[in-house]
Design a protein around this ligand. Structure first.
Ligand code: SF4
Length: 76
């Protein structure tokens, strides 16, 4: 499992991650910002989740402001 961390302080609210990887990222239309499905709630400006979805890395790579960090990429 990889851990992904979403940094709301960097996030530009572009919605790309929710489009690229809807399995992991949702879009909160009330606050106009992404959230992590099956992840922690936004707390102190970040949220985190664990996932095996390859598209999470794609979203991290494509995020225009590098607000998505992948840590501990462990191979199974
Ligand atoms: S792609 Fe990056 S900047 Fe855009 S909503 Fe997702 S985390 Fe925020």
């Amino acid at each position: 499992m990889k851990k992904i961390i979403l940094d709301y302080k960097k996030c530009a609210r572009c919605g790309l991650c929710a489009n690229v990887c809807p399995e992991v990222f949702g879009w909160d239309s009330k606050s106009s910002e992404p959230f992590l499905k099956n992840g922690s709630k936004k707390e102190r400006g970040t949220a985190s989740a664990e996932t095996d979805e390859p598209c999470a890395e794609e979203a991290a790579r494509l995020c225009p402001v590098a607000a998505i960090e992948i840590v501990n990429p462990k191979k199974k």
